[in-house]
Design a protein around this ligand. Sequence first.
Ligand code: FMN
Length: 340
Amino acid sequence: MPNFWKKINKPILALAPMAGYTDSAFRQICKYYGADVVYSEMASATALNFKGKKTLELLKFKKAERYYIVQLFGNDPKYFKNAAQVVSEKIKPDGIDINMGCPVKKVFSNGSGAALMLNPERAREIIKQTLIGTDLPVSIKIRSKVNKTTAYKFVKKIKDLKIVAIMIHGRSMKQGFSGKIDYSQIKKVKSLYRKAGAEEDKKLKATLANVAFNFLSSSAPIIIANGGINTPEDAIKMIKKTGADGVGIARGALTKPWLFAQTKEFLRRGEYKKFGLSEIKKAALKHAKMSSKNNGKHGIIEMRKYLLWYFRGFEGAKEIRKDLVRVESVGDIERVLERI
Ligand SMILES: Cc1cc2nc3c(=O)[nH]c(=O)nc-3n(C[C@H](O)[C@H](O)[C@H](O)COP(=O)(O)O)c2cc1C
């Protein structure tokens, strides 16, 4: 399967995975505003191993969302092979990602997510089984640090495997979702591959001739830097400080899915158009229509939480928000927004 990552102009702008948020309609609105790659919400490899219908339903996508990556989480290598196979056959995304950065207790205490950075042997096996299960490009998402294991130390241990991209959240597990970004770890991982260079490629090619499975990496993975990007300036700073090939944007896209377009404009001409309330209203309605088209009334119920991200911090927002959490149709949303 061709590696789509290599086809995208750099810097690559990705919508990072968010459980409960990066559903099909939200991915569509981010794509509409210029995201190059969008990730699904994390999906359980265990559930998919048993062909979980509900999970498969949640992972469905529209053509307009391409390039679309399904992210898997779990702790058991044997389930990843089947999960990757099922996702490849039934969903047909552009890539499969493995969550190795989630700090949430329910996930971590189970040996999944960020716990995999503490268990490189298991992490390796999970990557290998995923590669056996699919021909799609496989990527991983990690943190800058989990306990004493840095991203650099961890990546060194899995570097020979055929990973096409690594998204690094520049915060340690202890930091969770706030605090300063550790640019240096992302830079170190990027330079790890830069150093590898052509000599290593040659060596790997020779090794490849002797292995049963095409596990080994023959070229450097794309490095995507993530964490704290809320403006185009943040995105550029991240790239300059880390040398990464692109950025992953999570919560910044929840308040402003147009951040992708603004960042591209900023890169092109050194400035960008700010969005006022009337543009935000238009964007929110567009998103609501996508959500309604996907899921009818349920899509609008789902839409309520996004509306709360869009409409905050202006005079009268409190009253509007009270009504936005009760909307049941696109018409209802239109009527509430008319009052702004
Ligand atoms: C509500 C929420 C859900 C998230 N779900 C996932 C997930 O399913 N998989 C994952 O790898 N990271 C998940 N993350 C982490 C984000 O992808 C990202 O790494 C983190 O929020 C830092 O980026 P930001 O500062 O741009 O928000 C989630 C974050 C949030 C806030």
